[in-house]
Design a protein around this ligand. Structure first.
Ligand SMILES: *[C@@H]1O[C@H](CO)[C@@H](O)[C@H](O)[C@H]1NC(C)=O
Ligand SMILES: *[C@@H]1O[C@H](CO)[C@@H](O)[C@H](O)[C@H]1NC(C)=O
Ligand SMILES: *[C@@H]1O[C@H](CO)[C@@H](O)[C@H](O)[C@H]1NC(C)=O
Ligand SMILES: *[C@@H]1O[C@H](CO)[C@@H](O)[C@H](O)[C@H]1NC(C)=O
Ligand SMILES: *[C@@H]1O[C@H](CO)[C@@H](O)[C@H](O)[C@H]1NC(C)=O
Ligand SMILES: *[C@@H]1O[C@H](CO)[C@@H](O)[C@H](O)[C@H]1NC(C)=O
Length: 260
């Protein structure tokens, strides 16, 4: 008894011309299809994903271009963050690679938004290494635009200001209650580097009832000195670079294949 499989192999070995047909099919139909899909994926990779120049034992880790300095490592105020997302002077597609000690810059937050709508956790990639997720904190705070970005609090459905009176904290309702077009909410995520908890990162973005695209830009701030000395959790490769490497491997395989 011969199984259908051995019949096929027998036929192929007796008539090698069929092997040529199979190769022709792979080369003409399968390869161009893979190549097309690879190219589509490549468009998603930004030019900011380059690795810092380095050899294995001698790492030069320069500050990226187009970033701003955090004076004395002091984080920006909520109002400064607000002004920065309004000005949009330079918006990175991803956190730029390099030494981010005491710096801040803007990054598109659209990825985060789509991840959120797809019920995935938000991710803020960079090349600093592992951030201590157990020490990550997220919070939000309301501000009143019409009153010089004053901090306001929603208590019992009423927007209030916080005042201290004879050692007590009181929430005093604002009269009349502010228009919704005058209220912005700041969202902030803060975390610390696993290798050095005094290297702190803030990611800040805003939402409001009057500007739907407001959450699409985030302010990234890094306070502290980034050191590679004794770094055990350092990953130099950006998440998106990893995707690119996968793409490049795929196209190399295709190339080698098409030389046959
Ligand atoms: C690292 O490389 C730079 C330039 O290539 C060189 O000037 C420097 O001496 C090197 N440092 C070490 C520790 O090897
Ligand atoms: C971005 O991520 C933070 C933290 O996970 C999340 O709270 C926030 O909703 C996300 N932003 C948007 C626009 O979805
Ligand atoms: C802004 O975000 C906060 C917290 O996620 C939410 O409660 C509020 O409704 C949002 N504001 C608008 C105008 O969407
Ligand atoms: C940790 O960060 C602090 C402040 O940025 C810095 O002074 C210190 O040298 C760093 N420690 C290590 C082990 O890198
Ligand atoms: C990053 O820059 C700071 C000064 O801004 C410097 O002290 C630190 O050593 C640099 N870190 C690396 C890994 O090059
Ligand atoms: C790195 O480790 C060495 C040896 O354990 C230690 O002497 C040195 O102080 C460490 N450097 C930092 C910046 O912590």
């Amino acid at each position: 008894m011969t199984t259908p499989q051995t019949t096929v192999i027998d036929t192929l070995s007796r008539h090698p011309i069929y092997i040529l047909f199979i190769f022709f099919f792979l080369y003409k139909i399968v390869v161009p299809k893979i190549r097309q899909e690879t190219n589509i994926k490549k468009l998603l990779v930004s030019s900011n994903d380059l690795e810092p120049t380095s050899s294995d034992n001698n790492i030069t880790f320069p500050k990226p271009d187009n970033i701003n300095i955090l004076q004395h490592g002091k984080f920006l105020s909520a109002l400064d963050c607000w002004k920065a997302v309004q000005e949009k002077s330079h918006v990175f597609e991803d956190a730029p690679p390099g030494n981010k000690s005491n710096t801040w810059f803007l990054v598109t937050n659209v990825d985060n938004m789509s991840r959120k709508t797809n019920n995935l956790h938000s991710k803020y990639y960079d090349d600093c290494g592992i951030w201590e997720s157990s020490k990550g904190k997220a919070f939000h705070q309301d501000y009143l635009l019409s009153d010089n970005f004053r901090t306001i609090f929603l208590k019992n459905d009423q927007y209030c200001t916080k005042v201290r009176q004879s050692g007590k904290t009181l929430f005093v309702p604002i009269t009349p209650q502010p228009e919704s077009t005058s209220i912005v909410t700041m969202h902030r995520y803060s975390t610390v580097l696993k290798d050095n908890n005094s290297f702190i990162k803030h990611v800040t973005w805003f939402n409001s009832s009057f500007a739907n695209d407001l959450p699409s830009i985030a302010v990234y701030e890094y306070s502290g000195t980034y050191s590679l000395e004794n770094a055990t959790n350092y990953v130099r490769t950006h998440q998106k670079t990893l995707e690119k490497v996968v793409d490049e491997c795929a196209s190399k395989i295709i190339k080698r294949f098409s030389y046959r």
